[in-house]
Design a binder for this molecule. Sequence first.
Ligand SMILES: CC(C)(COP(=O)(O)OP(=O)(O)OC[C@H]1O[C@@H](n2cnc3c(N)ncnc32)[C@H](O)[C@@H]1OP(=O)(O)O)[C@@H](O)C(=O)NCCC(=O)NCCS
Length: 322
Amino acid sequence: MYAKLKSIGAYVPDKILTNKDLEKIVDTNDEWITKRTGIKTRHIVEDNEVTSDLAYMAALNALENAEMSAEEIDMIIVATITPDYFAMPSTACIVAQKLGIVRPAVDISAACTGFIYTLAQAKAFIESNMYKNILIIGAETLSKIINWKDRTTCVLFGDGAGAAIISATSNKDEAIIDIDINADGKYSDFLITPGRGVKYGCETNRTWLEMKGNETFKVAVKTLSKSVTDILKRNNLTGENIDWFVPHQANYRIIDAVAKTVQIPKEKCVLTVQKYGNTSSASIPMAINEMVQKGKIKKGDLMLLDAFGGGFTWGSALLPFY
Ligand SMILES: CC(C)(COP(=O)(O)OP(=O)(O)OC[C@H]1O[C@@H](n2cnc3c(N)ncnc32)[C@H](O)[C@@H]1OP(=O)(O)O)[C@@H](O)C(=O)NCCC(=O)NCCS
C-alpha cells in the first residue's frame, strides 16, 4: 500500500495587515520589508479567533475538495506552534470535536517544518496499513505570540491554515515518492518562545517569539539547499524533472537561493509569501491550495516541497499532486 495526497484545502482570516499599517505600529517601512523579505501583506485573526477555528475551516475545505465526509477520516494530525491551549487538550482534539468525529487526534510541534513532519507521519501510518485516510493540518495564529513592539519579527509572520487528506492507494504513480525530515537542537535558541514552557514560565516576561534572524537565514539556506539536493539525487531526479517547487514561505530570498542550487527556474517556484507572510506550518498547504485553485498545479504534476523552522527542524518531500 502507498500513500497519496488526495486533496488540499486552506483558510485565511479576513483581516489584512499591510506594510503601511505596520509603519504606524513600529519603526519600519514598506521598502525595507519588501526588499528583505518580499512580504507585502499578511492575514491576522480577530481577538476571538483561535488556531482550531482556522484548522477546522481548512479541514472542511480539504474534505469538500476530496468529496469526502468527516466520518471517512481515520486520524487527525495537527502541526502547530500556536495551539489553542498550552499542553492540553490538543488542537487536533478540538478540530475532531468540531468535525463531529471521535478518532485518534494528535498535535505535533515541528515549527515551520510541521506540515512535512505530518506528511511523513501520515505516509508511515498508511504504508503500515494502520489507517486509510488521514487528515493533516498546519494551522497557526502567530499574531498571538508575536511581540508587536519588535520590528525584527512582527513584520514577518501571519495567520492561516492549510489541510490535506493523505489516503491509501495501490497505484504507485500516485504515491508520495520520498520525504526527508531532520532536526538539530543545537540551534534551539535561534528561534524560541522562552516564556511559554515549564523551563522559565512565569519567571520571565519573554513570552513572545524571539529570533536571531540573520543567523537563522544563513543556516536555513545552507540546510535547505542540502536537503533538496539530497532528496533529488537519491531519487535520480534533477531540478528539471520538477513541475513545481513549493517551499515554506518565510522569505523570498531564502526561496530564491535554494531554487538556484537545484536549478529550478523562477516560473516553477511557488511564491505566496508576499500575500500571507510566514504562516509557519500552514504555508506549504496554503501555497499548494492557491496554485491548485488558480489551475496551475494539475493532476500528476511533480512537486518538491521544503521547509525550515524552529528547533531547528527541516525537511523536504517529493510527491505528485493527485
Ligand atoms: C529577518 C530578516 C528578514 C532580516 O534581514 P537581514 O538582511 O538579515 O537584516 P538584519 O537582521 O541583518 O538587519 C539589518 C538592519 O535592518 C534593521 N531592521 C530589522 N528589522 C527591520 C524592520 N522591520 N524595518 C526596518 N529595519 C529593520 C536592523 O535593525 C538592522 O539595522 P542595523 O544595520 O542598523 O543594525 C532575515 O534575516 C530573515 O529572513 N531571516 C530568516 C527568517 C526566517 O526565515 N525565520 C523563520 C524560519 S522559518
